[in-house]
Design a protein around this ligand. Sequence first.
Ligand code: ZN
Length: 325
Amino acid sequence: MADPKLLKQIEAFVGREYGRVYAWDQVNAPMIRHWCEIMGVDNPLYTDPAFAREAGFDDIVAPPAMLQVWCMGGLDNENYAPGSTDENSFEVLKVIEGYGYPAVVAVNTELSFERHVTLGETLYYTSHVDSISEEKTTGLGTGFFVTLAMPFYSKSDSGTDEKVGELMFRVFKFKPAHAAKPEEKAVKKDDKPARMRPLPGVSDDTRFFWEGCEQNKLLIQRCTSCQTLRHPPAPVCIECHSFDWDSIEASGQAKLYSFVVMHYPEVAPFDHPNPIGLIELEEGVRLIAGLVGVDPKNLEIGQKLQVEFNRFDDRQTLPQFRPVA
Ligand code: ZN
């Protein structure tokens, strides 16, 4: 049960308003173009004035999903445009933390829009605490969902600013659930059927590779027009754009090009720490595979490896790599 003193304090935060945060720049075409390029958005409504006029607008409009971008602080933390508030609209999180809820995780955001914003508009947003849930227990732990609402406005010379959209931002401020002790874990393992390894997503482009593994063969795709090898499998040769390909069987001799060792999160059924290699085959292509028979602390870039095929859950065979002397 949450401390009644805390509940009283956080109740007082609900509805609290915080000041304006202004955009550094007016809504402008270069920022829109850069955003569209980065996000892979190619709607001409955002970049082609003639198209936008045809669609009934005076000029190009900004992508609605870009709303939050206009008022961001820039590369340096807290570097907000002149006139912006320096209040911390998340101050309630500090209060909750003071009662023993140290962890925080962003849960979700929702954007809603009133209308398109157009070139030359100056935007700002304000914030208020929309809601704080009662104490809840989730898989992560026990704590409070805090939702902040940020309505965005277009500043008007006449003084009647118009709301153009709203961002809802929800975080969970919580006491982490106790991690299971090793003996508890052991008991659980016996209770439940063992988790199986996830199966790879197999497509028409990759099927030959997985079928090769089932026959203990490491197959590499080869362009039959220019003989270039490629991995991961793909429909087109990146050198000559040919769709024609076959495959060759790799020797399985390789070296360690790079690696990571997964410590956390511990995901069944994998052993942890879990060493994973970026393997360079002697044929020249690289692939990602699990490393076996290694001490994760003593992995060395460039060390020699040899493929082996291991069967899991009686339903899939995976290539893994083991050091050779
Ligand atoms: Zn080719």
